[in-house]
Structures are given as C-alpha cells and as structure tokens.
Write a protein of this length. Sequence first.
Length: 144
Amino acid sequence: MLMRTDPFRELDRLAQQLTGTAGSWSRPSAMPMDAYSEGEEYVIAFDLPGVAKDAIDIDVERNMLTVKAERRPVAKADDVRMELSERPLGVFSRQLVLADTLDTERISADYEAGVLTLRIPIAERAKPRKIAIGGESAPRQISG
C-alpha cells in the first residue's frame, strides 16, 4: 500500500540514534512508524513523543504523504541547570508514496500519547466487487 522514498533514511536514523542528534529543517531525521491494514482502512502510526500537536504538519499532494514534526526545547527557568540531555530536539520528517487504492481525500489524523495515527480509507474502486452478467441475447446469425 505504500513505498519508502529514501532507502538511506534508516542508516541516517541509526547514526542519529548513536550520536543523540536530531535533524534540521534542511535535513530532517526520520521518525519510526508502523503501517498496517485494519478492516476497510490503512493505518499509519508515527512515534512522536514530546512533540506538541501544533508542531506537526501533514500534507498530501497526489499520492505523496509528508509528515513533519519538530520537538522543541522545553522552556526552563533561569535558575535551571541541565544535568543530562539525551532526548533529541529538532525536526523529524517522513515521506511515503501511497497506493492508488487509497482514498487520500478522506485521511483522518489523531494524536494521543505521543503517537500520530493516520487512517486512510481503501478507495471504493479498489474493493472487490461482483460483476453482473447481462441477460440473454439473441443468437447471432452467420450469413454465408
């Protein structure tokens, strides 16, 4: 139902996990995701812990789905001294090519407990259907 657009993203993601850095607007980091079918829908779930709802941007152009998010630093008082900072800040992005069998006009999105869940209905034209056979027709006459 979908295709990854950049095979090197996983390598970048691994390197960023090892170094503890996240991406920038010019070179965003990939975000982990799951994708599966559930009944009449295709579901894609992205892990975005610590990202504010208003820092998530979802776009669809033709069959290209783009999800961008930014984890911003938490505002701290002047007297706070950071002892340890392991949670990466920065920009995360994922682009997916969606199959023509999905109805991109009716995508819904929910964000709960740090997980962005997109539900994409399977298009009516892609669902199995029976084809009716027309009625009896008069036999053809062969002229000779």
